[in-house]
Design a protein around this ligand. Structure first.
Ligand code: ADP
Ligand code: MG
Length: 245
């Protein structure tokens, strides 16, 4: 049963790619304002899990409910996508547009904002990610860390209720990781509901309410960051933590 204060509920979710069982009986609830960090070995289903939440992948079995709407048909998918922002490892900015144009496109097309309104909103979120001075440049003039902050601002311009991050720093040079994580921590502190797939365990300790460890398509372990790091319950989780810490 879905509680009214749940932002996301997955219940008995399964997903196959052909014969490959990519998600196994996933049960997971995210409360409004909760910050979840998902970790686990490569290929364990982390991306598939969060891609199912905004229907970039369709689940085969079980139910996914986002902010009270069950993911079913096209109209529910549209409704859910308009509430859920997603940031990927690759920034996917339009190279021929300025930063400001990248940020105003969605709000003008999908939200019906005027150019002036969209630009004001874009500047607000560029300030939030601490690069308002880059507004009139093209993406190629920015560092990777700056481009990823633009990608975050672009999502925020749609004013989502929920943000999903899929390894947002794994394509970045090491010296740029913290500037991006700091922005995500700020967002976490502001009360945004979020699921972050990351192996940045320092970030997880700062920002996560709850850790979810996946292996072979299943949620193997979940708990507070303290419990998770100090006292992992399964051998698989201990092995994983030993490899990355
Ligand atoms: P993770 O993000 O944890 O590294 P993924 O969710 O990307 O893992 O992938 C889980 C498994 O599903 C992997 O074995 C991957 O090869 C497989 N997979 C993911 N996407 C597809 C797809 N579109 N078609 C076929 N197999 C896929
Ligand atoms: Mg992945």
């Amino acid at each position: 049963m879905t509680e009214q204060n749940d932002a996301i509920t997955l219940s008995g979710v399964n997903k196959w790619f052909g014969d490959y069982h990519a998600l196994r009986d996933i049960d997971m609830t995210v409360a409004h304002g909760e910050r979840i960090v998902v970790c686990g070995p490569s290929g364990s289903g982390k991306s598939t899990l969060i891609r199912c939440v905004n229907a970039l992948e369709r689940h085969d079995d079980g139910t996914i409910t986002v902010d009270g709407t069950e993911l079913r048909d096209e109209s529910s998918i549209d409704a859910i996508r308009s509430e859920v922002g997603m940031v990927f490892q690759q920034f996917n900015l339009f190279p021929h547009l300025t930063i400001l144009q990248n940020l105003t496109l969605g709000p003008m097309k999908a939200r019906g904002l005027s150019r002036g309104e969209a630009e004001a909103r874009a500047m607000k979120y560029l300030e939030r990610v601490r690069i308002p001075e880059q507004a009139h440049k093209k993406p190629s003039a920015l560092s990777g860390g700056q481009q990823q902050r633009v990608a975050i601002a672009r999502s925020l311009c749609m004013e989502p209720k929920i943000m999903l991050f899929d390894e947002p720093t794994s394509a970045l040079d090491p010296e740029m990781i913290s500037e991006v994580l700091d922005v995500i921590v700020d967002l976490a502190d502001s009360g945004m509901t979020m699921i972050v797939v990351t192996h940045e365990m320092g970030f997880a300790r700062r920002a996560a309410d709850r850790m979810v460890f996946m292996d072979q398509g299943a949620i193997v372990e979940t708990g507070t960051p303290e419990g998770f790091f100090e006292n992992p319950q399964t051998e698989r989780c201990r092995t994983f933590l030993n490899q990355i810490l």
